[in-house]
Design a protein around this ligand. Structure first.
Ligand SMILES: [Fe+2]
Length: 271
């Protein structure tokens, strides 16, 4: 690995043999190379990748021919702006790392429906109206979205602020974006397969300048509770599927439509 961490630099130097590259990836210098007849830095460079920027978020794709990020994100920046979140105002607060002892697809599927919310997330459901008439599930080309309005007498989180309703986006194939009602907030992060029965994930939390420390703590606790409840559910699903006794499950075509969409994408990608 060439570099880790965050910093501002003019060049990149490999910690192995101190080869130095420009920020365009071209090799500028290699120690002792002048002693090697015929060695030329010209034409040697790091492998190209695609990068794109949205507000404070940098997306990298190892495919240099990948579609532009603006095309990948398509309507999402507008939805996030419509929610009352100006991404350019967001400030990084912190990263939450976690692991789930389950296949990454089960973690994704758990994210993609709120059919389980009323039963499994009493705290979340006391705040957000998770009834099928109020809670919207919207499949899309590059991402799917869920919109949950705040209950009239919702409790559990102070929802005073710019953001009037929750939004949860799933950017194909594995990135989740969460916005809760209240002060300006957004968390973003991937689910990463770490083996057939293990998933690593992180969520980077960002807040607007008006989100005071007390509210930030309140939101983090609220989200942590939901995350802990989901972890138990998903790990139990993994235990179930790992028995090999279940040939197939049964989805509800309406309440679990985003899972059906996800499974179709998986099937199409593997085909
Ligand atoms: Fe959940």
């Amino acid at each position: 690995m060439l570099a880790t961490g965050a910093a501002g630099r003019e060049t990149l130097q490999c910690p192995y043999h101190a080869w130095t590259y420009g920020l365009d990836g071209a090799l500028k210098a290699a120690p002792r190379s002048e002693r090697e007849p015929g060695f030329d830095c010209e034409g040697i460079s790091l492998r190209a990748a695609s990068v794109g920027v949205w507000g404070p978020f940098l997306f990298a794709n190892p495919d240099p021919e990948a579609p532009l990020l603006t095309d990948v994100l398509s309507g999402m920046p507008q939805l996030v702006a419509d929610a009352g979140v100006d991404v350019h105002e967001l400030r990084f607060h912190g990263r939450s790392d976690s692991t789930v002892d389950a296949n990454w697809k089960l973690v994704a599927e758990n994210f993609l429906e709120c059919y389980h919310c009323a039963v499994a997330h009493p705290g979340f459901s006391a705040l957000v109206d998770v009834s099928p008439d109020a809670y919207q599930l919207v499949p899309g080309e590059a991402f799917s979205s869920q919109f949950g309005p705040v209950r009239e007498h919702g409790s559990g989180l102070d929802t005073e602020g710019e953001v009037k309703r929750s939004q949860f986006h799933f950017l194909w194939p594995n990135t989740m974006i969460n916005i809760f009602p209240g002060r300006t907030n957004l968390s973003i992060g991937p689910v990463l397969p770490a083996g057939p029965e293990r998933t690593e994930r992180f969520l980077d939390y960002f807040f607007g300048p008006e989100a005071d420390e007390a509210w930030v703590d309140e939101l983090l606790r609220f989200d942590e509770q939901v995350g802990a409840e989901d972890k138990v559910l998903v790990e139990n699903v993994q235990r179930g599927v790992a028995t090999g006794l279940i040939d197939r499950g049964r989805l509800l075509p309406e309440s679990e439509r985003l899972i059906a969409d996800f499974q179709q994408r998986i099937r199409a990608t593997l085909a």
